[in-house]
Design a protein around this ligand. Structure first.
Ligand code: NAD
Length: 373
């Protein structure tokens, strides 16, 4: 299916941020938390990751209603010794406890040169590149491994056809002396689950070979993940028989498995369990202060030289030029910051419906697609 501008009317980022903040404030968060959730979700849309943007609002509100996530919680310290800490997110919003974990990591990395922070039992942590960007804004390099404790289990391990792992993202951020940071941020599956959700909602179709049926047949049909859907938006229903495939065959499958080890087993949050009913994200974050390596005078000129060398590679057919990790997001931010965020009608309708259900008629009117208004 091709999505046109008419199918996805644009909305200005600031208006969308305020609308999402109002929804979460009405749903039970205090104003600061509502605004924080609005900021991170809209930031994901601005970066072009619609899968981790406001499309999540109805699902987050549903989780809040059902007690799967709680407003106003902050992470509890489990371990805090030197450069190492383990925090328990206590099923608070990932946008709140995730930020708390990274801020603690920043403090520790400043003190020790390195910090390793495990965060377990967090609500959905959204776009993991946010956390690499937060560390980079403080001048720190960072590496993040993430898993879920089971509800996100959608990925077949290499050589298998059944769901055993989550889409387990990894993100690596590098602050640059000039300009935006380098940020690699990817699911270890062919597509993130949210991209299957986007496809189901009439957005960008899935690439060939994204999904595998139990009998080993490959498919691109998002319904193969969710099963038969009633209503406009599946919350946690993924009753289809297919699995998402791991990226890069055995290599991506191995990295995903190691996310279960580092983010799941090591933090105490646990590896994926079948039949788990709530979505917890666990994350292991390693933060490094480049100033403490004694190589700063060499590092930046060397990176500058190498980046120019990499970008000078002849473009392959179908590509305009070589891009660095984070560059597509940066370009999208500039475009959507200026032109607004295109949101499929179906997504806008489901957001408007969520706002109405919370008694926010004015917010619903802003969110409703024009033809329905
Ligand atoms: P993606 O495939 O769109 O991008 C992956 C990475 O590749 C990015 O760093 C991007 O800058 C880079 N990239 C993209 N196009 C490029 C190009 N042409 N040249 C060079 N580099 C390029 O991302 P994804 O794997 O679909 O993940 C989407 C989002 O989903 C991420 O933000 C991830 O953190 C998030 N996610 C979250 C969870 C969770 O449990 N919270 C789970 C899975 C994924």
């Amino acid at each position: 299916m091709t999505v046109t501008r008419d199918d996805a009317p644009a909305i200005e980022a600031g208006a969308l941020r305020e609308a999402v903040a109002a929804i979460f404030t009405a749903a039970g968060c205090d104003e600061a938390e509502g605004a924080r959730i609005g900021r991170y979700l809209v930031e994901a849309n601005l970066a072009g990751h619609d899968s981790h943007g406001v499309i999540r609002v109805p699902r987050y509100v549903h989780w809040l209603d059902t007690g799967a996530v709680h407003a106003g919680r902050s992470a509890k310290t489990v371990v805090d010794v030197g450069a190492v800490a383990v925090l328990d997110g206590d099923h608070g919003f990932g946008q709140t406890v995730g930020e708390q974990a990274i801020r603690l990591g920043v403090e520790k990395a400043r003190e020790h040169g390195i910090a390793v922070v495990g965060l377990r039992n967090s609500g959905h942590l959204g776009r993991i590149g946010d956390w690499a960007e937060l560390a980079a804004a403080e001048g720190l390099l960072s590496i993040h491994f993430v898993n879920t404790s089971g509800l996100g289990m959608l990925v077949a391990p290499f050589g298998g056809t059944e769901r055993r792992m989550s889409t387990n993202p990894v993100s690596i951020g590098v602050p640059m002396p000039e300009g935006p940071p380098l940020v690699l941020d990817c699911a270890t599956s062919v597509v993130a689950e949210g991209k299957v959700l986007v496809a189901l909602n009439g957005g960008k179709p899935l690439p060939e070979g994204a999904l595998i049926e139990r009998d080993g047949q490959l498919t691109t049909d998002p319904a193969a993940i969710y099963g038969a859907i009633e209503g406009t938006q599946p919350h946690d229903q993924r009753t289809g028989s297919a699995a998402v495939r791991a990226m890069g065959e055995h290599k991506g499958s191995g990295i995903s498995f190691m996310c279960e080890v580092l983010a799941g087993a090591l933090t105490g949050g646990g590896c994926g369990k079948a039949g788990h009913k709530t979505l917890e994200n666990n994350m292991l974050s390693i933060l490094l202060d480049p100033a403490r390596f004694g190589t700063e005078a060499l590092m930046w000129p060397e990176l500058k030289r190498y980046i120019a060398f990499v970008k000078s590679a002849r473009a392959a057919p179908g590509h305009e030029k070589v891009l660095l990790p984070g560059e597509p997001e940066e370009a999208m931010r500039a475009r959507r910051g200026a032109d607004g965020i295109p949101l499929p009608r179906r997504v806008r309708s489901s957001l408007a419906l969520t706002a109405s259900s919370l008694g926010l008629a004015e917010v619903a009117a802003i969110l409703k697609p024009a033809a329905d208004a």
